[in-house]
Design a protein around this ligand. Structure first.
Ligand code: ARG
Ligand code: ZN
Ligand code: CA
Length: 250
């Protein structure tokens, strides 16, 4: 609990065709989703889990750039790259064909790109760097079609929840199943144990002796199936914000 924390965001759009050069409306729709999901004002919230909480974290497109000039919080860059490797972070540096971050202690940097692969494996929706990582590569990256909820978005990941999930990682959340079998910890006490991710919308799925929280943003459910972070996840994210290297909101 405490004050609402507002995080300034810069979105770096890197595109290899006109469709990928997403509209300001698509970008704003992602900011809207983040604000709804992190304040629990999302219209699909329900009362299935009493641990569900308001994170008291808000997001806004930056209005001042690192040089002190007015900005809409969006940068745009054309590139011939049609898929970016998540292990290389090349989209995060102009020296490797991407866009340099704005001061990562002051802004949450988001990059949208043509597509993502993990050492050649395609189909990655997005990825994030955890707190405490290299300042030069801090932020979140999403495929352009998994960013926002209007415009060039692809079902069933067309509700902006990929970015909600990645910002959860950026603020220190692990996957809800702890990335391991029963007993693997996500370091959050009020999320039920689970033995693996759930895809689609497996409501009622049971593992490790309890019902899985498939509605949590940190599972792998479809966007329309997710609707909550918990009070325990709130404590973890806010502690990371208040104690970490990210100063913008403070
Ligand atoms: N890092 C995950 C992936 O790339 C993101 C999962 C997001 N899930 C969602 N429903 N949007 O697969
Ligand atoms: Zn994840
Ligand atoms: Ca847990």
């Amino acid at each position: 609990n405490g004050a609402v924390i507002t995080i300034p965001v810069v979105v770096h759009v890197i595109y290899s065709n006109a469709t990928q050069n997403i509209s300001q409306a698509q970008i704003q729709s992602q900011i809207d989703v983040l604000n709804e999901d992190f304040r629990r004002t999302n219209s699909d919230r329900d009362n299935t889990w009493s641990q569900a909480a308001d994170m008291q974290i808000e997001f806004c497109l930056a209005q001042v750039d690192p040089n002190g000039n007015p900005t809409n919080g969006i940068t745009r860059k054309a590139s011939s790259v049609t898929s970016w490797n998540t292990t290389q972070n090349r989209m995060k540096s102009s020296a490797t064909g991407g866009t340099d971050p704005w001061d990562t202690t002051q802004y949450l940097n988001m990059w949208t790109v043509s597509a993502l692969n993990s050492n050649g494996r395609p189909g990655i929706l997005g990825y994030a760097q955890f707190p405490g990582g290299n300042r030069a590569t801090d932020g979140v990256v999403m495929g352009y079609n998994y960013f926002g909820r209007v415009g060039a978005v692809s079902a069933p990941f067309d509700g902006g929840r990929t970015t909600t999930h990645e910002v959860g990682h950026f603020l220190g959340l692990r996957h809800i199943w702890g990335d391991g079998p029963c007993g693997a910890d996500d370091f959050v006490a009020d999320t039920p144990e689970s033995d693996a991710s759930n895809g689609g919308c497996q409501i009622g799925s049971v593992s490790c002796g309890s019902v899985d929280m498939v509605q949590n943003y940190m599972d792998y459910s479809d966007d329309a199936c997710m609707n909550l972070f918990t009070a325990g996840q709130k404590a973890r994210m806010r502690a990371n914000l208040l104690n970490g290297g990210f100063h913008a909101a403070l």
